[in-house]
Design a protein around this ligand. Structure first.
Ligand code: IPE
Ligand code: IPE
Ligand code: MG
Length: 252
């Protein structure tokens, strides 16, 4: 059982996003091919999804494959897509058992046909679940998402479907793939890399960033808990001063 001492159930982030990185290095460390690392990464996906749902997190977004990842060696891309198909079809039942709803963001039409259809099937089958929403970022990059949003908006303007002559932040957000989800409050990246790698650039504007040296296949529920505890000890000021925040909380 996960030790939840030090974790404040009242201050949980609603939405956690994770850049699952380090599978290749994990495989190398174990003297194996990169694909072995990806396969072992699936166990971490299972653990963290289950852990987040148990804790009562409402949204979990996992960066599984970026637009830039299409440029990897063909054999690795094929293996990753195959792994995606088998994992999704194998895990759908468990997702439903845990009342988890599956969603995906990214240029999904670029995925191989069998991958796209397996994904859609799982999304449909879990669509009535009311617990956590698990969002897979697949063939995703933030710049792709933002330019796609601009083009959709332009089309709506041309078609006369966009009424105002002024675009607000709220208007623009509705054109992003994440329009149905709140922004993540916490971003976790494994494997010690200190970068965002084209992930949720708009949505992470005020997220707390948490970096850990752990490689993704070694990441477990306890590591998720530690990241959340670390998040809970931060002061989120949103441009204000510490004193203002203290004043507000004493007026509550
Ligand atoms: C993350 O692990 C998985 C994907 C990007 C698909 P990597 O494959 O990037 O592993 P490293 O960074 O090479 O160790
Ligand atoms: C980011 O990891 C993408 C995913 C985790 C899916 P990468 O390993 O592709 O990122 P870079 O290229 O090292 O920044
Ligand atoms: Mg990497």
């Amino acid at each position: 059982m996960l030790n939840l001492m030090n974790l404040d159930q009242e201050k949980l982030p609603q939405h956690i996003a994770i850049i699952m990185d380090g599978n290749g290095r994990w495989a190398k460390k174990n003297g194996k091919a990169r694909v072995f690392g990806h396969r072992n990464g699936v166990k971490s996906v299972r653990e963290v999804t289950e852990g987040a749902a148990e804790l009562g997190i409402k949204y979990l977004t996992l960066y599984a494959f970026s637009t830039e990842n299409w440029n990897r060696p063909k054999a690795e891309v094929t293996a990753l897509m195959q792994l995606l198909v088998t994992t999704i079809s194998k895990e759908t039942k468990t997702l439903s058992k845990n009342n988890i709803r599956l969603k995906a963001i990214g240029d999904l039409e670029n995925l191989p046909g069998n991958c796209y259809s397996e994904l859609q099937k799982a999304i449909d089958k879990t669509s009535h679940n009311t617990g956590m929403t698990l969002i897979l970022a697949l063939s995703y990059s933030a710049r792709w998402e933002i330019t796609t949003a601009v083009n959709k908006l332009l089309n709506d303007v041309k078609a006369g479907d966009f009424e105002s002559s002024n675009v607000t932040e709220q208007d623009f957000s509705r054109y992003l793939c994440t329009s149905d989800f709140p922004d993540p409050e916490l971003l976790i990246r494994t494997s010690g890399e200190l970068r965002i790698s084209n992930f949720l650039l708009w949505q992470l504007a005020y997220a707390e960033l948490y970096f850990t040296e752990k490689l993704w296949p070694d990441f477990r529920k306890e590591d998720l808990r530690d990241a959340i505890i670390n998040f809970q000890n931060r002061e989120r000021r949103f441009g204000k001063t510490s004193e203002q925040l203290e004043e507000n909380s004493s007026n509550d």
